[in-house]
Design a protein around this ligand. Structure first.
Ligand code: KG4
Ligand code: ZN
Length: 338
């Protein structure tokens, strides 16, 4: 066996991760850079009946789904629990009663197996997802756009993050979901708005782009502008409104991200989180990066929305860098990233 392959075999570890920060139960098994299993159970249909996420229903469902997903994941990965080298779970931010389920299971498994436990910040999972499968996390300006968060960070490497700006009110995904609700679409609203926007005119409605000269974001004014505009509209307007709304969000995200990259003097921009599934955001941000001499990186769309593979990846990078958490470490619904 050559020297390189010996080194490689030392590095290859198997990580089992759970993600239960909100209403999705997810389990993944990652061996080195090879994803052996990634299972997700969505509870959307159940919460839709109540018009929003009900924390107790979410945690009860996590308890039902997690054992089944764990069994399915180990079967798919063709491994036994004893072959897992470490267990990880999202420890925040998120719903306390949901976070507790995944974290408790991972802690229990780690303790029973006498293996390390890693508590992972959900936002770090998103932030690192564009590097999924890579060996290094190169310095970059990272835009995280999800249902709960919108933030720009300067990333100098693993666990080395500095906050540049964040939303002062709604997250970008939240704005998509709220406008979708006004239009009578189901949850999550982002994919439906994107679909309708595809056939619409992004210039028909002049919607506000707020706080353009700040490093922070604000999307509640945009949402309110749509609310006031809606009763005045007649005829065929839905596709155009979706396109105009989507363009207003994309304009703000692209402009602030490029400004942050220029100011930070990095030549790589990454985008992650559920909203980064949006094709227009990916296309326009990628074009803007090219115009400004920056490389652009985003994850495949299945890795952008909540999943456990990104948590397993973050945990594996941390384990390899010598991080480990105590099983006494508590979950934190408001866990900060930077
Ligand atoms: O990252 P994620 O799965 O969950 C959170 O951590 O919040 O993000 C979910 C958010 C939802 O608000 C959803 O509407 C939005 O991502 N989203 C999209 C698209 N797909 C999902 N927003 C715009 N366009 C999309 N294609
Ligand atoms: Zn998320």
């Amino acid at each position: 066996m050559g020297r390189d392959s010996t080194r490689l075999s030392i590095q290859v570890k198997t990580m089992l991760a759970l993600e239960t920060s909100c209403d999705e139960t997810a389990v993944a098994i990652l061996r080195g850079r090879e994803l052996l299993a990634s299972e997700i159970a969505s509870q959307i249909a159940e919460h839709e009946k109540h018009g929003g996420i009900v924390p107790e229903i979410a945690s009860r469902n996590h308890l039902v789904h997690a054992p089944r997903l764990l069994e399915g994941a180990t079967r798919k990965a063709k491994i036994e629990m004893k072959n897992v080298d470490a267990c990880a779970a999202t420890s925040g931010p998120g719903l306390a009663s949901s976070l507790m389920i995944g974290a408790s299971i991972a802690k229990g498994l780690a303790t029973g197996l006498r293996k390390p436990y890693l508590a992972i910040n959900h936002l770090e999972g998103h932030l690192l997802s564009p590097f999924f499968g890579d060996r290094d996390v190169n310095p970059n300006v990272s835009l995280i756009v999800s249902g709960g968060h919108t933030m720009l960070l300067r990333v100098d490497g693993l666990a080395d993050y500095q906050l540049i700006g964040r939303t002062v009110d709604d997250a970008a995904g939240e704005a998509f979901d709220k406008v979708a609700k006004m239009l009578g679409f189901g949850y999550p609203g982002g994919p439906e708005i994107e679909k309708r926007a595809h056939n619409g005119d992004p210039n028909r409605f002049n919607l506000p782009r707020s706080m353009l000269d700040s490093e922070n974001f604000s999307f509640s004014g945009l949402k309110t502008a749509v609310r006031y505009l809606l009763p005045k509209l007649e005829g065929d307007y839905v596709d155009d409104l979706c396109a105009s709304f989507q363009q207003a969000i994309v304009d703000v995200l692209v402009r602030k991200t490029i400004a942050a990259a220029q100011k930070s003097d990095v030549d790589l921009v990454t985008v992650s989180g559920g909203v980064s599934c949006n094709g227009e955001l990916r296309r326009q941000l990628s074009n803007a990066c090219a115009r400004h001499g920056c490389e652009f990186k985003c994850a495949e769309t299945w890795l952008c929305t909540d999943n456990a593979a990104m948590i397993a990846f973050a945990a594996l990078l941390r384990l390899q860098a010598g991080f480990e958490s105590k099983v006494t470490e508590e979950i934190d619904p408001n866990l900060a990233l930077a």
